[in-house]
Design a protein around this ligand. Structure first.
Ligand code: G1P
Length: 294
């Protein structure tokens, strides 16, 4: 096992406007839309908690205050639940609560891209490797995606990017990596390209929204020019860091739902509903009927 510094902090960029989900996201942040009964962002925080993350850095924007409230106690609600003896609901609230002092919130101020959002977390993260989790992407598996990445990181060190395979027709929507030498639990990344034009992707391994990055990325991001979509891209900065440091891919074996798209969000709701014993029978029955009726 390589000696590596523990991944203690996670960065969650939550500043996006969510225009694809208007009017739902007019007053409610897209990260607070629910998959069954939990906001999207909570799935991602729970995945990070399960991987041993101790501090959550949210890069937010205007109108996102409710995310901060969601990860705080709600005194009146809890008092009422206690009075009414609703212990199960109280436990649900307790389990999801990060420790006091384990969250930080900073604002991106201007929508300059994912790379800029990550750079906004530089002072809070400081000089240590960190996890980056994009809350649009919700994962489903018995072992969380970030936990699997931490295992690989402990073996090979450096920087780790989670990947999944996509339909080659969809590769232009994502960051794509080139596949190199096999590792125990992953492979070396040979190249990275953000949103390659159709027909030019080096593989169909797309970056599915989870990263373990070394802090040197911040310095590169501070002077990173705009790339795809005229935005500052984290993929472009990673490509520069790859000149000096190793990048390995963790092929995620579970399901990834892109909750930034309507189809992905709806599929996530269906998939998580079907994995819940309490609601599966009625939902499965209803779905069967809907599909049979065409
Ligand atoms: C971002 C990343 C991209 C990644 C994607 C996953 O793109 O830049 O590399 O594949 O997230 O969702 P965005 O979705 O912000 O356009």
């Amino acid at each position: 096992m390589t000696t590596v510094r523990k991944i203690r902090k996670a960065v969650l960029p939550v500043a996006g406007l969510g225009t694809r989900f208007l009017p739902a996201t007019k007053a409610v942040p897209k990260e607070m839309l629910t998959v069954v009964d939990k906001p999207v962002v909570q799935y991602v925080v729970e995945e990070a908690m399960a991987a041993g993350i101790e501090h959550f850095v949210f890069v937010t924007g205007r109108n996102k205050g409710v995310i901060e409230d969601h990860f705080d106690i709600q005194t009146e609600l809890e008092a009422t639940l206690r009075e009414r003896g609703r212990t199960a609901e109280l436990a649900v609230l307790e389990d999801m609560l990060p420790q006091a002092g384990a969250t930080s919130f900073t604002r991106q101020q201007a929508p300059l891209g994912l790379g800029h959002a990550v750079w906004c977390a530089r002072d809070i993260v400081g000089d240590e490797p960190f996890a980056l989790l994009l809350p649009d992407m919700v994962m489903r598996d018995t072992v969380g995606c970030l936990s699997g990445m931490v295992d690989l990181y402990e073996k090979v060190g450096g920087n780790i990017v989670a990947v999944a395979e996509c339909d080659p027709e969809q590769a232009h929507r994502y960051g794509i990596v080139g596949k190199g030498e096999a590792l125990d639990g992953g492979f070396r990344i040979t190249e990275m390209v953000e949103k390659p034009p159709k027909g030019t992707a080096p593989s169909n391994y797309y970056i599915n929204g989870r990263y373990i990055l070394q802090p040197e990325i911040f310095n590169i991001l501070s002077s990173q020019e705009r790339g795809a979509g005229n935005e500052i891209q984290v993929t472009d900065a990673m490509l520069k860091l790859a000149d000096r440091q190793a990048f390995s891919a963790y092929p995620f074996g579970g399901e990834t739902y892109d909750c930034g798209s309507k189809e992905g969000f709806i599929l996530a709701n269906v998939a998580f509903a079907l994995s819940r014993d309490d609601i599966r029978p009625l939902v499965a029955d209803g779905l069967r009927k809907l599909i049979a009726d065409g």
